[in-house]
Design a protein around this ligand. Structure first.
Ligand code: NAP
Length: 369
């Protein structure tokens, strides 16, 4: 599978756009230095074919030799961690399990999605989740409420799904209208059906030694799945998570710690982010600032998971913009051992992990191994 990635951290301009589409980020793009480079063809490996990655401290060129197992590029040795491919593989595995469960005990996993208001981006996300459910055989239930609904109405629907045995996962599409208190609403979801993993009890269990949450938030879970499936060793490694949000950065740091990495968190008040990040064998960037992480922030051979999705001006694109990550791919891919592209890295994993959480929930409820 081949994908071409244009590298131009220097030329793009952050769009003011899409508070509606994506979270708003830094006012403008930090330019990368001029990089003279040809357009490059990057060939991502099939995850199951990848050899164990080279030691994180070995030079990046060491294992970038095979088209089967590594990114092929004239000047960028990093392996491409192809999230699209892994997500497809995960969805196929889920479909097999859903069928096996249905055949064995007659149970079909069910996911309920509650959407309040008529934001176009939220409608698109909900539609995509529904389609993804259908594709793997998970039954989806949808409630659409008007923008001016009360918190009580939303909670009433949550309560009804909480007690519905055909529903194994409940998701409240965020953001909610301003007049609603997210906390009250998310707290109303039964922790045993909290497939988003945002309930404080699930996060609390994730943070505690010797406890396990019912669910792990989907995006950080997707990051970990990518690291695992690409054979990136975590135990004993130094990891840096850039960003500490409740939905990505903080749970990602907890997961890395649970997997026995030594974890540092970089945030907007961190004094020396480059220096701290440069010590990391594994970097997860979840900031929302286009190309914040430059090549000189990266330790040679490190594995880089870029969660950021940032729209930047692109007159050549039919949409007038394109999406870039928090990591300057052009620079980082020359130093890193492995890196996720944007788009096509973490993004596709998030829905795949939602399906995985829903299946897991149904299996747990019905004690199906
Ligand atoms: P968020 O809630 O805005 O959190 C951003 C975090 O980055 C905060 O912790 C903030 O620090 C930190 N930060 C901001 N500027 C920084 C800087 N200059 N240096 C270091 N840290 C800085 O964002 P989020 O919801 O976590 O999302 C982060 C990115 O991931 C966004 O681009 C979003 O679109 C993307 N995302 C992608 C997926 C996916 O499925 N691929 C899912 C969710 C999010 P403070 O805490 O100090 O403010």
């Amino acid at each position: 599978m081949a994908s071409s990635i244009l590298s131009d951290c220097s030329s793009a301009r952050l769009l003011p756009l899409r508070r509606a589409l994506l979270p708003p980020r830094a006012p403008r793009l930090r330019p990368c230095p001029a990089l003279a480079h040809p357009r490059r063809l990057l060939v991502a490996a099939r995850p199951q074919l990848l050899p164990r990655p080279r030691r994180m401290d070995s030079p990046p060129a060491a294992t970038a030799s095979s088209a089967d197992s590594a990114t092929v590029s004239a000047d960028a040795p990093a392996k491409v961690i192809d999230g699209k491919l892994v997500a497809k593989q995960v969805r196929e595995e889920i479909a097999v399990e859903v069928t096996r469960m249905k055949d064995a005990i007659g149970i079909v996993p069910g996911l309920a999605v509650i959407l309040v208001g008529s934001r176009k981006d939220s409608q698109t996300y909900v539609r995509n989740k529904k389609k993804a459910c259908e594709a793997v055989g998970i039954k989806s239930y949808e409630v659409n409420l008007p923008e001016d609904s009360s918190e009580e109405e939303v909670i009433k629907h949550i309560a009804s799904f909480n007690s519905d045995p055909s529903v194994h996962g409940i998701l409240v599409q965020l953001p909610l209208p301003r007049h609603m208190n997210d906390e009250n609403i998310l707290n109303a979801v039964s922790i045993e059906k909290d497939v988003d993993g945002f309930h404080p009890l699930n996060i609390g269990r994730l943070a505690m030694q010797g406890r396990d949450p019912f669910f792990v938030p989907c995006t950080p879970k997707g990051c970990m799945e990518l690291l695992h499936r690409f054979g990136v060793e975590i135990k004993g490694k130094r990891a840096v998570v850039i960003g500490r949000s409740n939905i990505v950065g903080m749970p990602a740091a907890l997961l890395l710690q649970k997997a026995n990495a030594t974890v540092s968190i970089v945030h907007s008040q961190t004094k020396n982010p480059e220096e701290i990040t440069r010590q990391a064998d594994i970097v997860i960037a979840a900031v929302g600032v286009a190309n914040l992480v430059r090549g000189n922030w990266i330790k040679p051979g490190a594995a880089i998971i870029d969660v950021g999705i940032n729209p930047v001006d692109d007159p050549e694109s039919p949409r007038g913009y394109r999406l870039v990550g928090d990591v300057c791919y052009e620079e980082a891919s020359k130093v890193a051992g492995a890196i996720t592209p944007v788009p096509g890295g973490v993004g596709p994993m998030t829905i795949a992990m939602l399906l995985s959480n829903t299946l897991e929930s149904a299996k747990r409820t019905h004690k199906f191994k």
